[in-house]
Write a protein that binds this ligand. Structure first.
Ligand SMILES: [Zn+2]
Length: 135
């Protein structure tokens, strides 16, 4: 049996987020790190939000993090998600210190639980942005 892959809305690639999106296409999570203050930065941008330095470098992240909070979405704002409700969208505090919003697939979710990137070619091919699962 074949599954129809939804046509998800796609992120717009620009000079700031290209390493992040290219990394995810390989199933990897990349974060910017500031050489000025040493902090991890997310979302991708040209200026550190902590110290305003423009000296940012890209590093592969561990893919591990903790759920800060989450929502179960029953009425998605794009029809590509209609067959997948409820969708869990979580704020995840990454081990590197930055936080991001991402879907969590599989299993029960609760605040404080450990999650990890679904670092697979299949996940990267299907989902346009990084997705996570319980660790
Ligand atoms: Zn900084």
């Amino acid at each position: 049996m074949t599954e129809t892959i939804p046509h998800y809305p796609q992120p717009v690639t620009d000079a700031d987020n290209r390493p992040f999106l290219d990394g995810w296409r390989r199933g990897q999570l990349y974060l910017q790190h500031c050489r000025g203050c040493g902090k991890a930065v997310f979302y991708p941008r040209s200026l550190c939000p902590h110290c305003w330095s423009t000296d940012l470098e890209w590093r592969q992240a561990s893919g591990r993090g903790t759920v800060v909070s989450y929502s179960r979405i029953y009425r998605p704002n794009h029809p590509a998600f209609n067959d997948e409700v409820p969708i869990v969208l979580a704020e995840i505090r990454l081990a590197e210190g930055a936080a991001l919003l991402a879907r969590i697939l599989r299993g029960d979710v609760e605040s404080g639980m450990e999650v990890m990137l679904m670092a697979s070619a299949e996940a990267a091919e299907r989902f346009p942005l990084p997705v996570f699962q319980p660790a």
